[in-house]
Design a protein around this ligand. Structure first.
Ligand code: MG
Length: 406
């Protein structure tokens, strides 16, 4: 039931510009910061809720099967990784067409040799008007001599403009796409390139939207950019975090809420989550759920509710990277959960576990809670805590982070 969204990654290219480096190793598997480059893409997709990852392999496809364990190591446990191998080189669009039967109605597509640090769910957020086949993440670039650019107007990509040697500012294709499966009908048989053949036609036909993100982007296609990636990509994964308490902070505290019909979002809470997704923070929920120990509901109910909350947030382009909950209570009625716990706030266990598991910049991170026990937990974990007493959550959270109010 909790299948999650689909992310397709193009990993079939030959990588000829890197010479001997890619003689025996596909570019997306080159080591960056001590791990396969594509593992960063998988990790980023997974935290945005893309839990089914499809790798479209070609050149040295067997290497991906060999590295599957290493790729899983950098993704949450419930991520499903699979590989489709083209029988002969088909190009980026040809590879998509070959995998047509495996594609969701809508899916995220990533180039396997570049990273663009954007809120992936913002790109995927509805509305998706009829006739739109895809939406591209566009990057403003001061010097576009290395790239082709796009003509962008009223939210639509109108045209692809070929590389020219002039050092002009412009918008480039960031290699991150939200696509409808209908794109397959626009792909001819044989070797077909997405960038050169399919997207330009979709653009002139009015089928392509775009969203501009002035965020970090790097492709590893050249020896010097591969070198930059070694420290640049791991550094980029170190982010500040916001820890939200749940009841009374994201949703109104009605007492032991455990079903979606009991959730009324706090004013501005959905916007608050998305604000920090957009700004490149990790966003977590840390919530005491003693209702499990008291026998009022099961852990599965908590998990299903959190899955539902992420679905709700996704409609607005937001998401929670991880939900932490503590089902224990010393005065429970269910034996399995009846005990004191270092994870139950005011103890800091949930926050400490997140600090240990994620590359978090602690001194720029903070917690928002509505009880003194939330603040105590934050302080015990070495993170600032802010007590919310009402009002618009987006404005409150922005103020906590030193951002301007909306
Ligand atoms: Mg609360």
């Amino acid at each position: 039931m909790m299948a999650g969204r689909q992310c397709v990654i193009l990993v079939g290219g030959r990588g000829t510009r890197l010479g001997a480096l890619t003689q025996n190793c596909p570019k997306p598997l080159l080591a960056v910061g001590g791990r396969p480059f594509v593992s960063y893409l998988i990790q980023e997709a997974a935290r945005h809720g893309f839990r089914r990852i499809l790798l479209l392999a070609g050149f040295k496809a067997e290497s991906f099967a060999d590295e599957l364990a290493a790729l899983h190591k950098h993704a949450p446990g419930n991520v499903e990784l699979s590989i489709v191998t083209e029988p002969v080189p088909l190009g980026t669009a040809g590879a998509l067409k070959f995998a047509a039967a495996r594609l969701d109605t809508h899916f995220l597509l990533l180039n396997g040799d570049s990273i663009f640090d954007v809120n992936l769910l913002d790109l995927a957020a509805p509305p998706f008007p009829a006739g739109i086949i895809g939406r591209l993440a566009l990057k403003p670039e001061q010097d576009t001599a290395r790239y082709g650019t796009v003509a962008f107007e009223d939210g639509y990509v109108r045209k692809f403009i070929e590389k020219n040697p002039a050092s002009e500012p412009g918008l480039i294709n960031g290699g991150v796409y939200w696509l409808s499966r209908q794109i397959v009908a626009h792909i001819a048989d044989g070797f077909v390139s997405l960038e050169n053949d399919v997207l330009p036609k979709l653009a002139t036909g009015g089928h392509l939207q775009g969203t501009v993100y002035d965020r970090f982007m790097l492709d590893i296609g050249l020896p010097d950019t591969l070198q930059q990636a070694q420290s640049g990509v791991p550094a980029r994964m170190h982010r500040p975090a916001v820890f939200f308490d749940r009841d009374g902070v994201l949703n109104k505290d009605v007492g032991y809420a455990h079903r979606s019909d009991q959730i009324v979002w706090i004013d501005g809470a959905i916007a608050a989550v998305k604000t920090f997704n957009d700004a490149g923070y990790y966003v977590f929920v840390v919530t005491n759920q003693a209702g499990v120990a008291r026998g009022l509901y099961a852990e599965a109910d908590v998990q299903a509710l959190h899955f539902w909350m992420n679905d709700e947030l996704a409609r607005s382009g937001g998401h929670i990277d991880a939900f932490m909950y503590c089902p224990h209570h010393p005065q429970g009625t269910v034996a399995k959960y009846t005990r004191a716990s270092q994870h139950r706030k005011p103890a800091p266990g949930m926050i400490v576990d997140l600090l240990n598991a994620w590359p978090i910049v602690r001194d720029r991170s903070f917690l928002i809670g509505d009880k003194d026990t939330d603040i105590a937990a934050a302080e015990a974990a070495g993170v600032r805590g802010y007590l919310y007493k009402g009002g618009n959550m987006a404005n409150f959270a922005r103020k906590c982070a030193g951002m301007r109010e909306l």
